[in-house]
Design a protein around this ligand. Structure first.
Ligand SMILES: Cc1ncc(COP(=O)(O)O)c(C=O)c1O
Length: 472
């Protein structure tokens, strides 16, 4: 124990220097104050234009995925929507990427940068699709790859989806370091970064998040070709916020004025760092346990400044239940012939709810699917949930209780996404920004402008929120 504490302390004391070398860029140049930094300067520092990013990705076998119109799902929604309502629903089939998700877009850029800067390998801390994507891209580029995962609870019971991901990473030649839930993930990653000299291929780097811009641009161009206009709405599954950020930036780059809707599975009440809650959720990403904390404080990430800043871009944030996503997963398979994984289907469930309230000439794009299989599959997740003591039954999804009861809807019209309060999230963001700036720090006019940009509000709104917080 004491030996562990010493190792931990000595490595953590060198955190700053280890990270500075491992990140491949110096974040300090963008800092403006304890609150503000030059976001666009940071995003542009890699120097790749959108066209160059698309070229890098084409060469890496990434992107160019099919955009499909879901006519049967649209007809289903119209069958119970009010007359004149029921938007057309489309999906970008990102499962067609090599490692099975849009994460290949992020990973292709991380690997390109690693190779260009002369790193011999990469390390990423991720239990999800990003690990498989980095491992797959590293294999193609001939780079070494280590993936650090939180896989087990303290009983050593692994989340089936994460166990399945370990297998995938190892299949393409990566080394996987599996851990139990807890703070040791970052410590072990630091040790490995120091020992190997590899690049820290963070999910939240500017080049990784810029890699998702191609997805927004592609889907806008494809919708213009198909319908004559960019989509009126795009729904993005939200965890760390890179998916929303990159897609929205890509849409903006090609001039699309699309409403950006983020979507997460509601896991309120479950704690992500909790050993006992770890295996009581059937979703390992795309849920509010990541979505809300990352949206309201992006810089909790493994980089000094997170490139994924979703409050800048989201117009709405919808939540759906686990049972609704499982139901929609079956509907998509049975009605459209697309058996896909839970993450994209989170946005799909929100899109079905959204399409019902929009007029028929509106167009809703679900901007990704992910592959499914083995532990990720919904039947496997439901069997696992039952084995952990979670009740699974049919009924009204409003009766869902995260970690206790999964209610599968009986009819599609029971799918009803809940609207998150963006005003509350803005308040939470400002509270976090002030807290991290330090006791007694008074935000400058430049800080107010920065926080307004970071939340897509106005300096006056930020001032009002800050005054409210001071008043308690
Ligand atoms: C398939 C899939 N969709 C969506 C997300 C959410 O993306 P982000 O964390 O960038 O919000 C993830 C992240 O784990 C994912 O793997």
């Amino acid at each position: 124990m004491s030996e562990m504490a010493t190792r931990y302390e000595t490595v953590m004391a060198r955190k700053g220097e280890i990270m500075k070398r491992a990140l491949g860029m110096d974040y300090a140049q963008f800092e403006r104050s304890p609150i503000a930094f030059d976001y666009e300067g940071m995003m542009g520092a890699h120097g790749y234009s959108l066209e160059q990013i698309r070229g890098i990705q084409r060469a890496a076998g990434v992107g160019g995925t099919p955009l499909l119109e879901l006519r049967n799902i649209t007809d289903l929604v119209r069958s119970y929507a009010e007359p004149g309502y029921g938007a057309r629903i489309f999906v970008k089939d990102e499962a067609a990427n090599m490692a099975g998700s849009f994460k290949d877009r992020r990973a292709s850029m991380s690997i390109h940068v690693a190779a260009e800067k002369g790193f011999a390998g990469v390390i990423a801390a991720t239990s999800g699709n990003y690990g498989a994507a980095v491992a797959s891209q590293a294999a193609r580029a001939g780079l070494a790859c280590i993936i650090c995962q939180e896989t087990f609870d303290s009983r050593h019971v692994g989340q089936p989806e994460i166990v399945e991901k370990s297998r995938l990473c190892e299949a393409v030649g990566a080394e996987v370091v599996q851990m139990t839930v807890g703070p040791e993930l970052f410590f072990h990653m630091l040790e490995l970064l120091e020992a190997t000299g590899y690049l820290s291929a963070s999910l939240y780097s500017p080049f990784g998040v810029s890699g998702i811009e191609s997805l927004g641009a592609e889907l806008a161009e494809e919708m213009i070709a198909l319908t004559g206009a960019p989509p009126t709405h795009v729904v993005c599954t939200h965890a760390g916020g890179g998916n929303t950020t990159g897609t929205a930036r890509g849409l903006k780059r090609v001039g699309a004025r699309t409403e950006i809707v983020s979507a997460s599975v509601d896991l309120s009440g479950l704690h992500m760092a909790s050993d006992t809650d770890f295996n009581r959720k059937s979703f390992t990403t795309g849920h509010t346990g990541f979505g809300v904390p990352f949206a309201t404080w992006p810089d909790r990430a493994d980089v000094p400044r997170n490139a994924a800043r979703s409050l800048r871009y989201m117009d709405r944030y919808l939540t759906v239940t686990q049972g609704e996503v499982f139901y929609v997963t079956e509907a998509l398979a049975k009605l459209e012939g697309l058996e896909r994984g839970p993450s994209g289907n989170t946005a799909m469930a929100a899109a079905m709810s959204l399409a019902r309230e929009l007029p028929r000439d509106a167009t809703v794009v679900v901007q990704e699917t992910e592959y499914t299989g083995a532990g990720k599959h919904h039947w496997s997740q439901l069997a696992f949930a039952r084995a952990q003591g979670v009740e699974v039954r049919a009924g009204d999804p409003a009766d869902n209780v995260p970690g206790k009861v999964i209610v599968i809807p009986e009819r599609p019209e029971q799918i009803h996404a809940q609207e998150a309060d963006l005003g509350k999230m803005h308040r939470s963001y400002v509270r976090n920004a002030l807290k991290h700036a330090g006791e007694g720090y008074r935000p400058t006019p430049e800080d107010l402008v920065f926080m307004a940009e970071d939340t897509n509000t106005t300096p006056a709104t930020i001032e009002e929120i800050a005054a409210g917080l001071r008043a308690g």
